[in-house]
Design a protein around this ligand. Structure first.
Ligand SMILES: [Fe+2]
Length: 611
């Protein structure tokens, strides 16, 4: 038996993954345990968890692989600072002490942290390093169902690369093209995230959500001034508009002057049509580049399968366009596409590349991405008693019947079942679910449950068997990473005026037969639900369809604004009691809000920093 522990840490999303004899055993992000969103510290809890799944001690692990190479990254930082000296000195002097203390000497630093798990761990040579984009590429290709594929990785930056194209064949991955820092699609998207007043590294999703409310009026300005895009999709940025290589912000005065408005201060300036148009413009540019790169590699290599990873691969609108344009026959996207997934990629890369092991190819090596902790009935009941919760225990069949009926009554439900998902999306393991046909649901969930901006759209879960009857989508989308349009016959027209007006009240207009999960342009970020990977959620959808004729549910992550998705029963109960959720279901236990002791209610609204 060969066990490999993959770790990603000290950058964005720390995580740990365990691979045994090439099989993915467990994977989780540190933020879920530490309750600190995007926690980038050493993932002590995540490592403890993956070890416990296999009942292994750290000293029994054969290989430990870190997801990137600290020295190469250090070299990139150093060279960047030198190239832009002296203007880069400020960020240089701020970041160097941390680098020297923690990152450059990472092997020893990692070793010391690893020893905390197990005193008997004493072999520093078990620690290995993968390359950042190689880890992303491995996370996208090895678990995919393809024997051969083109692998595209797109993110902010790793060591040097920001975009790579590789060919994966059997157990081999060869990087054939790359675009290097500072030319980065991830970073330019982040620059616009910053400019529109959202937080870099987490607000990118909001920019994408805002884009359909705007017109891409500034697309030409971006393409003509900020960058030079070649026919094959490769690009260079004009760095005189950006500050990220040298300063502490993403964009500079010249950038603001180009668009005519200063950086939005989220505390003072509300979102206006201008910001929606800016969002629409950078989204359009991103789509153009992703499409151009896809088209050029598809025709150059004549391979019909595409694998995607890296933070930009979470841009499900761009992913949906690759499908819609029929550039590839099949697409597989790593659900933990960001840096958390690098832990898994690093471990898989070691197994196949360093140890030369062949690949077993089957449909879903990621197991639906249900790779995190779960709790048995005994554990759930013990915890609920400790929390002083009032609950009812039912059998599985009754549970499905009861919850489907409550959903039909427009009740909002915390759905805590089985293993926690790996990656940023909740897929029916740690989800908040509701009736998508309800006209008030989007506003109510956003404002009273999630405590976030009312424009934020929700995503639909749909039975895989029904997906092509409801959406223009023939492919599976188990990881909620593809956007597709609602079928024409289900669309309900609204006036042009309504479409362009933006405001809380205007979101109440009926815009489709499932208004809570369709955007103003009738698109939706679809999750297909499969009985093989999540039979219980599949059953619930089936029952809901039986009662209502609708095989769709609203599925949003089980958390509030700024909070990591719930991991434990206690997290779920806290979130339930701190919000206006009506019902909490943990395995076969049902909790009604009205039955709970009022003194257990929490003011949860200000509990977390907005993300
Ligand atoms: Fe990355």
């Amino acid at each position: 038996m060969t066990s490999i522990l993959g770790i990603s840490a000290f950058y964005h999303d720390s995580a740990a993954a365990l691979v045994i004899d090439g099989k993915i055993i467990a994977a989780a992000q540190e933020e879920r345990f530490s309750r600190k969103k995007h926690d980038s510290s050493y993932p002590y809890n995540a490592v403890q968890y993956v070890l416990s799944e296999a009942k292994l001690k750290l000293s029994q692990i054969n290989h430990i692989v870190f997801f990137e190479k600290p020295f190469l990254k250090f070299e990139r930082l150093l060279e960047t600072y030198l190239a832009f000296a002296p203007s880069g000195f400020k960020s240089f002097s701020l970041s160097m002490p941390i680098w020297l203390r923690e990152k450059l000497f990472q092997k020893k630093y990692l070793f010391d942290n690893l020893k905390e798990h197990d005193d008997h761990f004493n072999d520093i040579d078990k620690i290995n390093f993968s390359e950042h984009h190689y880890s992303h590429a491995a996370s996208a290709f090895y678990p995919s169902p393809f024997e051969e594929a083109i692998i595209l990785t797109l993110d902010g930056v790793g060591e040097w690369a920001t975009t790579t194209v590789s060919i994966g064949k059997k157990n081999e991955i060869k990087i054939i093209k790359e675009i290097n820092f500072p030319h980065s699609l991830g970073l330019i998207y982040s620059a616009f995230t910053y400019y529109t007043g959202f937080k870099v590294n987490s607000g990118e999703y909001k920019v994408m959500g805002l884009a359909p409310y705007g017109e891409p009026k500034y697309k030409d300005i971006i393409v003509n001034n900020l960058m030079d895009i070649k026919d094959d999709g490769s690009f260079r940025l004009d760095m005189s508009y950006f500050n990220y290589a040298t300063g502490l912000t993403m964009t500079n005065k010249k950038f603001s002057n180009l668009f005519g408005q200063p950086v939005r201060d989220p505390n003072k300036n509300p979102l206006t049509q201008f910001h929606m148009d800016i969002a629409a413009s950078i989204q359009a540019v991103t789509e153009e580049i992703v499409l151009k790169i896809s088209q050029s590699i598809a025709s150059e290599y004549k391979i019909k399968n595409l694998c995607l990873a890296g933070g930009v691969a979470l841009n499900c609108v761009a992913n949906g366009k690759i499908l819609k344009n029929k550039i590839f026959d099949n697409i597989w996207i790593q659900p933990a596409a960001g840096d958390a997934g690098g832990s898994l990629g690093a471990a898989l890369a070691y197994w196949h590349k360093e140890l030369g092991q062949p690949r077993d190819i089957f449909k879903d090596q990621m197991k639906g991405s249900y790779l995190g902790p779960s709790f048995n009935e005994e554990e759930v009941e013990k915890e609920l008693k400790l929390l002083k919760a009032n609950y009812k225990k039912v059998n599985s069949e009754n549970l499905i019947e009861i919850i489907a009926n409550e959903l039909n009554k427009e009740k909002t439900i915390g759905w805590f079942q089985g293993k926690m998902e790996f990656g940023p999306r909740a897929l029916g393991g740690r989800s908040i679910i509701a009736d998508p046909r309800s006209e008030k649901m989007q506003k109510e969930l956003n404002l009273k449950v999630k405590f976030r901006e009312s424009f934020r759209p929700f995503a639909p879960s749909i039975l895989i068997e029904d997906v092509s009857n409801w959406f223009d989508l023939k492919n599976e989308s188990p990881y909620m990473l593809l956007v597709a349009d609602l079928k024409k016959e289900l669309q309900i027209q609204m006036s042009k005026e309504d479409q362009t007006l933006f405001g809380i009240d205007k979101l109440n207009i009926k815009r489709s037969s499932i208004p809570a999960v369709t955007h103003v342009d009738y698109s939706a970020r679809v999750q297909t639900v499969h009985k093989e990977t999540n039979p219980r959620y599949h059953n619930l959808l089936k029952k809901f369809k039986e009662i209502t004729g609708c095989p769709v549910l609203v599925n949003t992550s089980f958390n509030v604004r700024g909070e990591p998705i719930v991991c434990s029963i206690k997290d779920a109960f806290n979130c339930f009691m701190g919000t206006n959720l009506d019902i909490l279901v943990c395995e076969n236990f049902i909790l009604y809000k009205n039955d709970q002791d009022d003194s257990l209610k929490k003011n949860y609204q200000m509990e977390f920093d907005p993300d």
